[in-house]
Design a protein around this ligand. Structure first.
Ligand code: NAD
Ligand code: ZN
Length: 340
């Protein structure tokens, strides 16, 4: 059992474009929690958005905030109600604390809990830190075959799993995915793993399409071009771009599903007549619930590869570089290693 210091280094966002590395006390796990020494933390577009804009919709950075919510690590201490055998376990962190007693929580839709505390969403701190605490059942054990980076990227994989579940992807389903960023590429891989016979991926970037073509897509199309000749059972938007959503809906066959994952277009004009005549199902998705076991299985069995998404790595002193890495050529996913 390793000794735990009294203080740790964390990266704090002070306000727009302002980051600092500072010392904080190492948190003590509550009775039902574990203390995790953080190994890898993926950077998400939302982290970058808080850095560059200081807010996302109603969530405003008003006090120093630790960013990062795609995290993995090793359990180094446990609360009084948690089995001490868990110390030493390599884990993927599900970065949310639902209340566990409300109507949504009780029916299993805990992602919709009104009391949700989610990592790196003001005022809740995230994981660009040497240590974090999490409720023990949300520190999911990963097998040794799963790398630390892959364990961190279970979080965006959970988004892809949830999206494919909402889209009812199964054997033989034809799927259209708009956007070949990390979420789109992951979603394409999940769709294939779930048995989709066709996975068409669109993007405006040729470079990203070339990557998607190697990792999940059966066919790629440049976004914005007409996709009239395409007919799919499910359309998953992972771009957040209004033109992509408008182009995708007419490609969905009668009785098919439209799943909006991408954030960006706050208001959209929809082809209501088409939705009605074809009886399409349209849903948004808000993160995920109960998806980690599936996500871990997909990676452990080799059906989804998360390691190949990681294009850049940074230390805790280099979080600004990590947050802005999206602008580097060829960038897909940046990861922060707090102990490097
Ligand atoms: P990303 O920005 O890396 O990827 C978006 C991709 O969409 C880019 O490659 C971009 O070139 C492409 N794009 C832009 N316009 C397009 C168009 N007209 N047609 C096709 N593609 C187009 O982001 P990401 O990390 O992959 O995340 C994807 C989206 O999912 C983001 O909007 C993110 O905020 C959202 N997201 C939502 C949830 C949720 O719970 N709903 C969770 C995680 C991420
Ligand atoms: Zn709840």
């Amino acid at each position: 059992i390793e000794s735990i210091p009294a203080s740790m280094r964390v990266s704090e966002l002070l306000g727009t474009d302002s980051l600092t590395v500072t010392d904080r006390p190492v948190p003590s796990p509550r009775a039902d929690e574990v203390l995790v020494r953080v190994t890898s933390v993926g950077v998400c577009g939302s982290d970058t958005h808080y850095f560059t804009h200081g807010r996302i919709g109603p969530f405003v950075v008003e006090q120093p905030l630790v960013l990062g919510h795609e995290a993995s690590g090793v359990i180094v201490a446990v609360g009084s109600d948690v089995d001490a055998e868990r110390i030493g376990s390599r884990v993927s962190i599900e970065p949310q604390r639902p209340c566990r007693v409300c109507e949504q929580c009780k029916k299993g839709a805990y992602n919709l809990c009104p009391q949700m505390q989610f990592f790196a969403t003001p005022p809740i701190d995230g994981a660009f830190a040497e240590y974090v605490t999490i409720q023990s059942d949300f520190a999911h054990d990963v097998p040794d075959s799963v790398s630390a980076h892959a364990a961190a990227l279970m979080e965006p994989l959970a988004v892809g799993v949830w999206a494919c579940q909402k889209a009812q992807v199964t054997i033989g389903t034809r799927v259209l995915v708009a956007g070949a960023g990390p979420i789109g590429v992951i979603t394409a891989q999940v769709a294939r793993a779930m048995g989709a016979s066709e996975v068409i991926v669109t993007d405006v970037s040729e470079e990203r399409l070339a990557f998607a073509a190697k990792h999940g897509a059966t066919r790629t199309l440049v976004g914005g071009e007409p996709i009239d000749e395409v007919s799919v059972d499910a359309f998953i938007d992972a771009s957040g771009a209004a033109p992509a959503v408008r182009a995708g809906i007419p490609a969905v066959a009668p009785g098919g599903r439209v799943v909006l994952v991408g954030l960006g277009a706050d208001e959209l004009t929809l082809p209501v007549n088409l939705l009605q005549n074809r009886e399409l199902w349209l849903t948004g998705v808000f993160r995920y619930a109960n998806t980690w076991p599936t996500a871990i299985e997909l990676v452990a069995s080799g059906r989804v590869n998360l390691d190949l998404l990681v294009t850049h790595t940074f230390g805790l002193d280099e979080v600004e570089g990590a947050l802005m890495a999206g602008r580097l050529p060829g960038a897909l996913k940046a990861v922060v290693e707090p102990w490097r």
